[in-house]
Design a protein around this ligand. Structure first.
Ligand code: NAD
Length: 259
């Protein structure tokens, strides 16, 4: 069973976040998505609405604490106290470590890790989550948050940080009735996945198709997961039946990682 609540999904205009917004809106929750690009947000909101999943879209860069404060204020003003927070926004990024720039390192860490802290802190402080029964915070980490990924040190470091943050804050919030978990996708077919394959094709001087074959060969299921397969675990974690699952990091990866 799932009590209807207001769900804030960061980076909900694409890939996994959009699939999560679709599932949560279809389950009867009021959904707010955010992103940095107004045109992409509007396009996603129209597409979701056309598929019977209306959402509110707000512009915000979640790596900026001032914009996060305004995002949460506007979201609460529009749809009421936030009962479900999905920290999904993120970016890929890596390369040979000796060649990484300060700018890339900082942007990957601030987009993937600082943002999870900023949005979580704001939702706890002023988002009204304590006023709502069955509060849930779900952080989209990665199997790269549990094992090192070659040529992706900033990404792996950021996602290990998200897993650690989740485990610590999950323990803090459990006595307050708020469950907090990380969902760790493996390879999921999204625009980001395509960018990742292009980066490896450049680094290994091969084609994107060859990289895809090499990655698929590592996955026991033999294929990438779909955004909706990730979204279905997120939806389950919002249900009353999932109340005792907290401070965990759960994989959706076709068997890629079993840790
Ligand atoms: P995507 O590129 O399709 O979507 C990412 C979304 O985040 C976009 O809507 C983008 O606009 C938004 N975003 C990025 N930076 C932002 C910022 N500073 N402020 C606001 N919004 C921002 O990627 P995806 O594959 O759907 O990834 C979603 C999440 O899943 C990410 O956290 C990613 O690390 C994680 N993940 C993806 C995969 C995969 O294989 N696709 C695997 C493991 C984890």
């Amino acid at each position: 069973m799932s009590l209807p609540r207001h769900a804030l999904v960061t980076g909900g205009s694409s890939g996994i976040g959009k699939a999560i917004a679709q599932r949560l809106a279809s389950a009867g929750h009021s959904v707010t998505i955010c992103g940095r690009d107004s045109a992409r947000l509007q396009e996603a909101a129209k597409d979701l609405s056309d598929h019977g999943a209306p959402v509110t879209s707000l512009i915000a860069d979640v790596s900026d604490p001032r914009q996060v404060r305004e995002l949460v204020r506007q979201a609460v003003e529009t749809n009421g106290p936030i009962g479900i927070l999905v920290n999904n926004a993120g970016r890929n990024g890596g390369g040979k470590t000796a060649e990484l720039t300060d700018e890339l390192w900082r942007d990957v860490l601030s987009t993937n890790l600082d943002s999870v802290f900023y949005v979580t802190r704001e939702v706890l402080a002023r988002g009204g989550i304590h006023e709502v029964d069955h509060g849930r915070i779900i952080n989209i980490a990665s199997t790269a948050g549990k094992q090192g990924v070659l040529l992706a040190a900033p990404y792996s470091a950021s996602k290990h940080g998200v897993v650690g943050f989740t485990k610590a804050v999950g323990k803090e919030l459990a006595p307050q009735g708020i469950a907090m978990n990380a969902v760790c996708p493996g390879y999921v077919e999204t625009p980001m996945a395509s960018r990742v394959r292009q980066a490896y094709a450049g680094a290994w001087d091969t084609t994107e198709a060859e990289v895809l074959s090499a990655f698929e060969a590592k996955i026991p299921l033999g294929r990438y997961s779909t955004p909706d397969e990730v979204a279905s675990l997120v939806e389950y974690l919002t249900t009353e039946g999932a109340a005792s699952i907290t401070a965990q990091a759960l994989n959706v990866c076709g068997g890629l990682g079993n840790f």
